[in-house]
Design a binder for this molecule. Structure first.
Ligand code: 2HA
Ligand code: ZN
Length: 276
């Protein structure tokens, strides 16, 4: 089968375009990766090439040895993925130690994988272990309203989770475990990858202050849906804060406890603190 005809490749391209349409991918902002299933690799194996050199990942991910990923390219624009996928995205293979990768398909103009490859792969390693292989998608976007909030809210998991939960009743059902926040760091390297992947042990979404967000999920729908839900909630919060300094009414800690029972989700009490 041609790589571009494979269902997972089509789903990946659609998700990249959906993200661009949302306004989350100015210029070369954001990146996306998918851990390809063995049977999906088999479908396209005759289209892959194995003659390119091994390159350092920039960190170690032994839990991903031998895995294949479809990833967006460094410096590439999400806006262009749909019109020219073979140049803007590519398939990589991780070596048997989890320290190098090689390009097996795509990046036809000599491109390379996303500058955030260390964070993507360290998140994949955590999620593969923690979800018994279920999670396959890691998505980074420059979500406008979420970024705006990182200038005015304390940068704690507790505050961000609680404030975003309050803005839409479905939020605690969509991300009952809450979400994590990383203070400002230099992007693109191992250090921010380590901090992000530590939080991915607990959460499926991590906000990077003054930068954007990372989400993890089983498939394209769930991962895009998680990003979309959180960013919509952030948009409501920005509007509420712009209209009035203080909410007149909101969803209370006891309301959340009732919701938890009704929807059979566990909401950690540390997010249900009393406010002044
Ligand atoms: O330019 O989003 O974080 C890609 C990025 C870096
Ligand atoms: Zn970014």
């Amino acid at each position: 089968m041609k790589v571009l005809d494979a269902k997972f490749v089509q789903g990946f391209i659609r998700m990249a375009d959906d993200g661009f349409q949302q306004g989350w991918h100015e210029r070369n902002g954001g990146n996306l990766s998918y851990r390809i299933k063995d049977e999906e690799v088999d479908e396209i194996r005759d289209q892959l090439s194995y003659d390119r050199e091994w390159m350092p990942i920039g960190t170690e991910v032994p839990g991903l040895a031998g895995e294949y990923f479809l990833v967006t390219g460094t410096g590439k624009y999400f806006r262009n993925v749909i019109i020219d996928p073979e140049t803007n995205i590519g398939i990589i293979e991780v070596d048997d130690k989890g320290v190098n990768y090689r390009i097996c398909w795509g990046f036809t103009d000599g491109g390379r994988p996303t500058s955030e490859l260390p964070t993507h792969l360290m998140n994949h390693e955590v999620k593969k272990r923690q979800t018994n292989g279920k999670h396959r998608v890691i998505y980074h976007a420059h979500t406008t309203n979420t970024i705006a909030l990182t200038f005015v809210l304390p940068l704690t998991d507790e505050v961000f989770t609680r404030e975003l939960w309050e803005m839409a009743t479905e939020c605690p059902v969509v991300f009952p475990e809450g979400l994590g926040v990383v203070g400002w760091m230099v992007p693109g390297g191992r250090e921010i990858a380590v901090e992000t992947s530590k939080l991915m042990e607990k959460y499926n979404a991590v906000i990077w202050a003054h930068h954007g967000m990372f989400c993890s999920g089983e498939d394209f729908d769930l991962t895009f849906g998680l990003m979309h839900t959180i960013e919509k909630s952030a948009e409501i919060l920005v509007k509420v804060m712009s209209m009035a300094p203080k909410k007149l009414q909101t969803i209370t800690p006891d309301d959340f406890r009732k919701l938890a029972v009704g929807f059979k989700v566990e909401l950690p009490e540390r997010f249900l603190y009393e406010k002044e």
